[in-house]
Design a protein around this ligand. Structure first.
Ligand code: URA
Length: 322
């Protein structure tokens, strides 16, 4: 390399590092701002939590530690039909320099116990723009063969409800009924979810409902970490467009998909999280779990989680509970 070539390579490296540092500072500011809004007065120190189980490592690195070595770039994604990584509002890929991003690992903090104030809107879109953008994502989902789940599907399952809703429920993935109908939560668990929504004083069109994975896993098994990681960019894009005021993560898989592998539903339910530093997220039990364990205690917990959501949205419940 000539001295001129070395200089230009170095300045490209510096520019890239500068961009990353600026992005990191922006995210850190947003994070601290939100905690301050919530009344948090101190921040825990210590090592970032790492994925305890090796099979979660790729997933953990892709989203929750801002490394995406396994994820295709936008160009690779277009060529291979895999989901493109979510991009920032300035049009830059969030994952443009995977090997360097690992140095900016963001520790996971315990969320404050008070309800967070509404996060700043992500991107303000008209209803038509929202629908058009979602349709484009849905078309890519329909054509997706990026993981093995596509082999067993009858069709992909994208969403139901209103894309402009303030409240979004995210589940695990389609079951047999959903695979047949092409809509999420239309089986028994879906009927209970609809009752929960009704008890909240809302209708099916006051909410937006989707899943972590868009294809039915064989025998309704839990999606594997790699399948979730492959499908996650679609969900991220979907939520970025819908930009709800609150997300409810239904069950452990949804919570892990949205917030990372260290999150267990039993411990996490009932306490606020912040999805991608932007959207308040309430974890609660999956309706299928409530159907399997229909005790007063479990139902009471779900209802108390949903009441927190309503309070955050400035609404009051209509029914006696779940
Ligand atoms: N369970 C889910 O998590 N999602 C569905 O769409 C249906 C059942």
């Amino acid at each position: 390399m000539t001295p001129t070539e070395t200089n230009s390579a170095e300045s490209e490296d510096s520019a890239e590092l500068f961009d990353e540092a600026a992005e990191f500072v922006r995210a850190a500011r947003e994070f601290v701002w939100w905690h301050a809004e919530c009344g948090t007065s101190g921040f825990p120190r210590g090592e970032p939590k790492r994925a305890a189980r090796p099979e979660f490592a790729a997933h953990a690195e892709s989203e929750h530690y801002a490394v995406a070595a396994h994820q295709p770039s936008a160009t690779q994604a277009a060529a291979s039909n895999a989901p493109a990584p979510a991009s920032h509002s300035d049009g830059h890929s969030a994952h443009s320099a995977p090997e360097q991003r690992s140095t900016f690992a963001m520790p996971t903090f315990d969320a404050p116990v008070v309800a967070p104030k509404a996060a700043a809107p992500l991107v303000v879109l008209s209803n038509e723009e929202r629908r058009a953008k979602l349709q484009l994502i849905d078309e890519r989902v329909k054509a997706c063969v990026a993981c093995g789940l596509h082999q067993g599907r009858s069709q992909t399952v994208f969403s139901r409800g209103d894309p402009s809703a303030e409240l979004c429920f995210v589940g695990e993935g389609p079951g047999a009924d959903e695979d047949r109908e092409g809509l999420p939560f239309v089986g028994k668990a879906g009927q209970l979810l609809d009752k929960m929504i009704q008890a909240m004083g809302l209708g099916p069109n006051d909410v937006y409902i989707c899943n972590v994975v868009k294809c039915r896993p064989p025998e309704n098994r839990t999606p594997e970490a790699s399948e979730m990681a492959t499908c996650l960019p679609y969900l991220q894009e979907q939520l970025e467009v819908v930009a709800p005021k609150v997300i409810v993560a239904l069950g452990s898989t949804a919570l892990k998909g949205l917030m990372g592998p260290s999150e267990g539903i039993t411990k996490a339910r009932g306490s606020w999280r912040l999805f991608r530093g932007k959207i308040p997220l309430m974890p609660t039990f999956h309706p299928a779990y409530v159907l399997r364990q229909p005790t007063r205690e479990i139902k009471g917990m779900v209802w108390s989680d949903l009441q927190q959501v309503l309070k955050h949205l400035g609404r009051s419940p209509k029914g006696p509970g779940v």
